[in-house]
Write a protein that binds this ligand. Structure first.
Ligand code: NAP
Length: 285
């Protein structure tokens, strides 16, 4: 495989966030550009809140095709955009920017990326009940995707009960048939016995912390998903111990990235190459 040279016709894409030096997205996207022999570049931009507006203004007029947006700007970018796709607007979260002429548009590929990462387990979700842990940006994206996938209902357990209740209200308004309820994190454990799936969408576990939930009472076949992709979390280790089907977050990272790539290039993303770049990036850490 040959790296296409950067030329006068090259296009630039970014990941905007703070911090971004740890991100695996540059490796994933640059490998994809290389595979398709596109003379494009994907580069991290570590910016402050006050730099966000000027950077987005610059994106409208230069040879910039688009960007990913990560913590802490997924919500903050909304006010600078000319167009926001309806799901991203409802979620209040944008992870992908793309240009249509002079217009700067925003969407979120997190929810669809999550669904695609489920692979053969996706068929378990229609009509199912489960437990979603977390009420931050990732949990919001996943909850919207679950509602669209026609799950019957789920509990939202979060450290901050106010944020869980806010997410539940939002979901009830948008999806009146969805049976969704907030529950405190400390009361969530018994619910694992009645869940077809458990999705962990908090940052707890990023640094090897123990999960506040034990899966001891989970029933056979309950799918356990942890959106953290850096390593096998305590929750996933428990799932292994109790012989439950399980998935980490790398698949979601891959598929949300592939969808962003397709927005920018209009070409099918080379998934195998992108996945390999992610795996290698993780090994280098
Ligand atoms: P966020 O918007 O900052 O939300 C953080 C969530 O984690 C909130 O629910 C927060 O609870 C909870 N939390 C943080 N520290 C906690 C603690 N010590 N104990 C209990 N709960 C705690 O972040 P996010 O964007 O939703 O990301 C959440 C996780 O998902 C991160 O680990 C991120 O790496 C992962 N993620 C993965 C992908 C992927 O592609 N695989 C994509 C996006 C995110 P409070 O509301 O109580 O603060």
């Amino acid at each position: 495989m040959k790296r296409a040279s950067i030329t006068g016709a090259s296009q630039v894409t970014f990941i905007l966030g703070h911090p971004v030096s740890h991100s695996l997205s540059p490796a994933m996207h640059n490998a994809a550009f290389e595979k398709l022999e596109l003379p494009w570049l994907y580069t991290p931009l570590d910016i402050s809140f006050k730099e966000l507006g000027p950077v987005l203004k610059m994106m409208r007029s230069f040879n910039v095709k688009g960007a990913n947006v990560t913590v802490p700007y997924k919500e903050a970018v909304l006010k600078y955009l000319d167009f926001i796709e309806p799901d991203a607007k409802w979620l209040g979260s944008v992870n992908t920017l793309y240009r249509r002429g002079e217009k700067l548009c925003g969407t979120s590929t997190d929810g669809e990326g999550f669904l695609r990462s489920l692979g053969r387990y996706r068929q378990k979700f229609k009509g199912s009940r489960g437990l979603l842990i977390g009420a931050g940006g990732a949990a919001r994206a996943v909850s919207g995707a679950l509602a669209k996938e026609k799950v019957k209902g789920f509990y939202v357990a979060n450290r901050s009960g106010v944020k869980a209740a806010r997410l539940v209200n939002l979901l009830r308004k948008r999806y009146p048939r969805l049976d969704v309820q907030a529950v405190s994190l400390k009361d969530a454990e018994p619910l694992t016995a009645y869940s077809d799936w458990i999705i962990q969408a908090t940052s707890l576990g990023l640094h090897g912390e123990k999960s506040p939930l034990s899966l001891r009472k989970s029933r056979k076949g309950t799918l356990v998903v942890d959106l953290i992709y850096h390593h096998e979390t305590d929750l996933l280790k428990q799932a292994k111990r109790f012989d439950l089907p399980r998935l980490g977050g790398l698949g979601m990272l891959l598929h949300q990235g592939a969808l962003s790539f397709e927005y920018w290039t209009g070409q099918k993303a080379p998934l195998a190459v992108m996945e390999q770049a992610l795996q290698e990036g993780l090994k280098r850490r």
